[in-house]
Design a protein around this ligand. Structure first.
Ligand code: 13P
Length: 254
């Protein structure tokens, strides 16, 4: 079990081969901060080139199809991600749930397929601002996990959950440390209930949504936060490197 903070950059639909120099620069930052585990999820087209360009950063995909192969135009399977050099997959991101009408059940199928292919999995969850304003955020998120967490043998191994409130993604708004702590504690309870005390307490719970170099230390200090899933601020080494260093400074201070 890896207890290091896990800092993951989700490049979404950004990045051309010209971005490889940024990934190399990030890798150099990581080499100076071994107490932090760092990963990038670039577009599929860059998984293999980034894998070849970096030594320490883990590389993964932003999605996969539940089936290994077949007539699914435009989709990529978990074994293909592994074949390209990826070692994890993000599933259930709100931009996929909304833009591609993905249900919790479909997210579970993807997570289980990724696990079967030997990949790590990051399952995303998070509520809209409407749901939060109605006071139903926790119930909604736990419901997403109830139907979306992988349940196959050994599913909790190499699993992370990312709590990403939709209203915080790309908006500059972030929940308070107390709000994050409450949600992460509820997620921890769900993980323990699903996988048992030992396995469920080892799954890292990441926070995502407008994480940047300035707020990273505060967000990472919230209870049960085991890392961050970073969008916009993961595209350049200037900001992502600073987030990695903020996480490292916290570890080194302990
Ligand atoms: P931002 O960091 O750009 O808000 O995106 C968060 C996110 O969706 C990461 O998956």
């Amino acid at each position: 079990m890896d207890n290091r903070p896990f800092i993951v950059g989700n490049w979404k639909m950004n990045g051309l081969r010209a971005s490889l120099s940024e990934a190399r620069a990030m890798d150099r930052v990581v080499s100076r901060h071994p107490k932090v585990e760092v990963a990038l999820a670039p577009p599929f087209t860059l998984i293999h080139p980034i894998r070849a360009a970096v030594d320490l950063i883990r590389v993964g995909a932003q999605d996969c199809h539940p089936e290994a192969s077949g007539a699914h135009t435009g989709d990529i399977s978990a074994p293909m991600v592994a074949d390209a050099g990826g070692d994890f997959v993000i599933v259930g991101h709100s931009e996929r749930r909304e833009g591609h009408v993905e249900s919790d059940g479909f997210v579970r199928e993807k997570a289980e397929a990724a696990r079967d292919a030997g990949l790590g999995v990051i399952v995303c969850c998070g509520e809209s601002d409407k749901i939060r304003s109605e006071g139903k955020a926790e119930k909604f998120v736990i419901g997403q996990l109830d139907k979306g967490l992988p349940l196959t043998e050994g599913a909790a191994e190499r699993l992370s959950v990312a709590y990403e409130p939709i209203w915080a993604i790309g908006t500059g708004k972030v929940p308070t440390v107390d709000e994050i702590g409450e949600m992460h504690q509820a997620i921890r309870g769900k993980l323990v209930k699903t996988y048992g005390e030992e396995a469920g307490s080892q799954v890292r719970i990441l926070y995502g949504g407008s994480v940047n170099a300035e707020n990273a230390a505060e967000l990472l200090s919230a209870p049960e936060v085991g890392g961050a899933l970073v969008g916009g601020a993961s595209l350049s080494n200037e900001s992502f490197g600073a987030i990695i260093m903020a996480a490292a400074a916290m570890e080194e201070a302990e």
